[in-house]
Ligand binder design. Structure first.
Ligand SMILES: Cc1cc2nc3c(=O)[nH]c(=O)nc-3n(C[C@H](O)[C@H](O)[C@H](O)COP(=O)(O)O)c2cc1C
Length: 181
């Protein structure tokens, strides 16, 4: 028997992975925001989207610079990842406060985070207001991942990324199953 749940809780059933840290920089101010709602949206060009609430500092910075970087933290960074999503960078520097290292961007001005095992640099191509979030769509212009954690896909048998199940619930995938198509 299936049980009816609140529509707001229904959102959680679709929570995608991995939980990411999105970095941005505008007029010398850099920042980090935790984002559960990210998704690939196009192959050619390679586009991804992030849903960012309108009131966030990161919203202002990405709107200003038209660029952002999606960093993927491993499960060991869960506490810092939650902290980056618990307060605004308006009055502090989250890199310094949480001991994360800011690395200069390769193709864009947004920095990446050294401690994350992968990052995608994106140039903003579109943004849409959807309810109380803006959907920012970006084209990936540069991607990097630690060699030891990559084997055509993220080698989750060597690195655990974080899936957010909504609210205080998190998990990680552990096993790769390869199917021929
Ligand atoms: C686990 C987790 C997931 C989150 N996912 C999102 C998200 O997908 N979109 C969003 O707008 N905020 C999300 N947040 C909230 C922002 O990260 C949070 O409001 C942050 O403090 C905003 O920072 P800023 O004002 O410095 O940009 C999440 C927070 C946590 C802890």
């Amino acid at each position: 028997m299936k049980t009816k749940i609140e529509n707001l809780k229904g959102l959680r059933l679709l929570n995608p992975g991995p939980l990411v840290l999105v970095t941005s920089k505008y007029q010398e101010k850099s920042n980090i925001v935790t984002i559960a709602w990210s998704s690939p949206v196009s192959h050619s060009p390679p586009l991804i989207s992030i849903a960012l609430s309108t009131k966030k500092l990161s919203h202002e910075l990405i709107n200003g610079s038209k660029e952002f970087t999606v960093n993927i933290p491993s499960f060991e960074l869960l506490d810092k990842t939650i902290l980056c999503g618990s307060e605004s960078g308006k009055n502090n520097d989250k890199f310094k406060e949480y001991g994360l290292t800011e690395v200069k961007g390769k193709e864009i001005s947004s920095p990446s985070i050294k401690e994350c095992f992968a990052f995608l640099e994106c140039k903003l191509t579109d943004s849409f207001l959807c309810g109380d979030h803006y959907l920012f769509v970006g084209e990936i212009v540069h991607s990097e991942i630690e060699e030891e954690f990559y084997n055509d896909c993220i080698n989750i048998e060597k690195v655990k990324y974080i899936n957010h199940l909504g609210g205080p619930y998190f998990t990680y995938p552990e096993k790769i199953i390869q199917k021929k198509r």
